[in-house]
Design a protein around this ligand. Structure first.
Ligand code: ADP
Length: 277
């Protein structure tokens, strides 16, 4: 079985417990690690005296504006996060290889040079942006590493299809594209919340299970960053991944907890129920 797990980069996500689990699971299973980089990017921006800029699209998606300087900071922050994960795994005896998109040729994206944003109720266009939308994933190198018992680590970067530098891409959507390209059985998106909550302010309102057919209802619960996470789930299911889990990274065994029923489980089609009676 091949699984893809994505860990959020926001402050509040726990990294150590997942690395511990990946190290022990990799003896019998194949796992690919995709990560975000928002927290470490904000930290590096602060050190560099660059104010992080967030914008909201007319359809309500919040994203980072990535100018030339922000792009370089995002790239450096992403590689430092990848190296941190690889070091933690190596210390547990598991080889892991961070994949730079410009060297490994794994992920490609279409640049969004201009962003339509809403500011104080008015729409405007911001140019010179270096983020993009993942267009394709080439799984060759990832499969080669999995075959050698290594954990491939993918930072939230992808090469500009038109040539040039690595672009900032959304880690959840990259995870979805990777899971689709590998024919993964499961995509697990770990974050700093228990899963998709019916009411984002109530941690006890977890939606435990859903299928693609419940989409409108799921979308109506999501705000802010969760909107994009749900979009990633939909992209994974559309790419043929049968099962996506949104779960909590802050547990002692986050992956096992997710795989044994924790978090929000979204199925492409509902698995057949066990016959009773
Ligand atoms: P990460 O960096 O860990 O991937 P994000 O900040 O991108 O995490 O997304 C998780 C955030 O989504 C939560 O911290 C929460 O504030 C927000 N959110 C919005 N709507 C919901 C919801 N319905 N259920 C859970 N979280 C939600």
């Amino acid at each position: 079985m091949i699984g893809v797990v994505k860990i959020g980069g926001a402050i509040g996500n726990a990294l150590e417990p997942l690395m511990e689990e990946l190290a022990s699971r990799t003896t019998t299973e194949h796992w690919v690690l995709v990560h975000g980089a928002s927290g470490v990017t904000d930290e590096l921006c602060r050190v560099c005296n660059v104010e992080p800029r967030y914008v909201t699209s007319p359809s309500g998606y919040r994203s980072r504006y990535v100018g030339e300087v922000e792009r370089a900071i995002f790239e450096a922050a992403s590689y430092s996060f990848s190296a941190h994960c690889a070091t933690l795994l190596a210390m547990k005896g598991t080889p892991a290889v961070p994949l730079r998109p410009d060297v490994a040729g794994t992920a490609f994206a279409k640049r969004k040079e201009s962003l339509r944003v809403v500011s104080e109720g008015r729409q405007m266009i911001l140019r010179g942006n270096y983020s993009g939308t993942v267009t394709r994933v080439d799984p060759k190198v990832v499969l080669k590493l999995l075959g050698k018992g290594c954990i491939p680590i993918l930072p939230p970067l992808a090469m500009d299809e038109a040539g040039g530098v690595p672009l900032d891409v959304d880690g959840d959507r990259l995870g979805a594209a990777v899971a689709g390209a590998l024919g993964s059985q499961v995509l697990v998106i770990l974050s700093n919340v228990p899963g998709l909550l019916r009411d984002p302010s109530d941690p006890n309102s977890l939606i435990a299970e859903a299928t693609s057919g419940d989409w409108d209802e799921l979308e109506s619960c999501a705000e802010g960053n969760m909107k994009r996470k749900l979009l990633a789930c939909k992209e994974a299911l559309d790419a043929g991944v049968p099962h996506v889990i949104l779960a909590d990274s802050r547990l002692s065994r986050p992956l096992s907890a997710a795989l044994s029923g924790g978090g929000t489980h979204i199925w492409r089609t509902r698995p057949s129920m066990t016959q009773t009676g």
